[in-house]
Design a protein around this ligand. Sequence first.
Ligand code: DGY
Length: 318
Amino acid sequence: MSATVAIARVLLPAGLEQLQQRFEVRIGGLDAARERVLELVHDADVLVADPAVPVDEQLLDAAGPQLKLVANFAVGYDNIDLEACAGRGVLVTNTPDVLTNATAELALALSLSAARFLSDAESDLRQGRWPGWDPAAYRGLELSGAVVGVIGLGRIGTRYAELCRGFSSELVYASPTARPEAERSLGARRLELEELLGSADFISLHAPSRPDTHHLIDAAALEKVQPHAVLVNTSRGPLVDLDAVAAALDEGRLGAAGLDVYEGEPQVPESIRAAPRAVLTPHIGSATVKARDGMARTVAANVIAVLEGREPPNPVAI
Ligand code: DGY
């Protein structure tokens, strides 16, 4: 009897077809409700999850003791209760590397577009509110030569820093551990978080969502930033207190924000949707053809390895 793979929502064909050729595959669909996922996972050998699928005790119970692997269709795995998986001997895998360029490029795009108020400017034009060329209007910030503060210098943060170096930016970073290699190759200086917040023109978040990074950017942190600073978040929503960012934008204490991820997404609070100088995208950091196909193939490679009794290529350390 072939093994069963339950895909809680969807997996793109680049990975799905490989699984369908080998195993029995059940697919929940993009709009699968929790009840449907609980049903689907029953008796499965593998669960394919994604950032919108909380993998908790309830879901692991519904799966049953034969479950071997939770393969996340994402590099971030804050949707998964790692301890609960470890307690049951369930492996967890993710999809690193293949989305590094895509996500770093979106962070760069948000940095540039927020700094130049592109959302407000475009919406003024589309809504017929553009009275004509005005030398005093929409005067933004240049990335060239700016101080760029990267919070979290992992794969994506490092790639973002490399891209910014092309703009002759001065790079500073905050990280729990020093990155001597990045300091050498990028000329990046490590600062304490407070110092980075006070000195950076651009602040880009690339840290994982964990209890110690929850609301890393809150009202108190925003009091430290320069009033022209641009805040960018392509990591995870819970790192940022959105109401505090909206208030800082409204009151002119923050220059601009480029956000791709939100606490409680897909709900996005009205305060930030209505805030000025904010460019908001719907969690599309890894949304390139190359990255998303690469992620799907990586999911398949992990599932196939585990079901064939081999070590998966991308285990998440628990
Ligand atoms: C990830 O892989 O963690 C991304 O956020 C999904 O786009």
